[in-house]
Design a protein around this ligand. Structure first.
Ligand code: C2G
Length: 135
């Protein structure tokens, strides 16, 4: 059983997230996802629109995801990799190099991000459309 592990906020799910999850899952037999808690997101200076419970239910419903666990801090990855026996750690290439220290414990793979979509852009266009409607 080859386990792949990845982490993220996965707020307002979009094709960029799905592409990452599908390609991560294809690298093994199961994919476990560390989902950033609301508190950890605040630490990442990322306020997610959807709270942890909501984001967790959405993520668990995706066919590529086998298990979702909470990501509370930057330091837990080594323990998570050992607990799940993960063979591969995957992140989008915007994190290129940031997690190379994990290669002592498992293979580290950075996959190309899906361009021209991000939760931030979705939130911005939502804000613009709301302003447009109320004007
Ligand atoms: N992603 C992508 N393409 C996009 C947007 C996101 O490939 N257009 C990838 C990111 O590179 C990341 C994953 O989808 O691997 C989740 O993205 P976020 O929810 O933005 O996660 P992030 O804030 O990067 O948190 O400890 C690691 C952090 O929890 C990662």
């Amino acid at each position: 059983m080859k386990t792949v592990i990845t982490y993220g906020t996965f707020d307002i799910l979009h094709i960029g997230h799905i592409n990452l999850l599908r390609r991560a899952r294809a690298l093994g037999d199961r994919l476990v996802v560390g989902l950033s808690s609301d508190e950890f997101n605040r630490g990442k200076h990322k306020s997610s629109l959807l709270n942890f419970e909501n984001r967790k239910v959405v993520l668990e419903s995706i066919r590529y995801v086998d298990e979702v666990f909470p990501e509370h801090n930057w330091e837990q990855k080594v323990d998570d990799i050992k607990r799940y026996g993960a063979a591969v750690f995957v992140m989008g290439h915007d994190w290129e190099g940031k997690f190379d220290f994990l290669s002592e414990f498992c293979q580290v793979r950075y996959l190309p991000r899906t361009e021209s979509i991000s939760t931030t852009e979705i939130k911005q266009s939502l804000a613009i459309s709301v302003v447009g409607v109320t004007q």
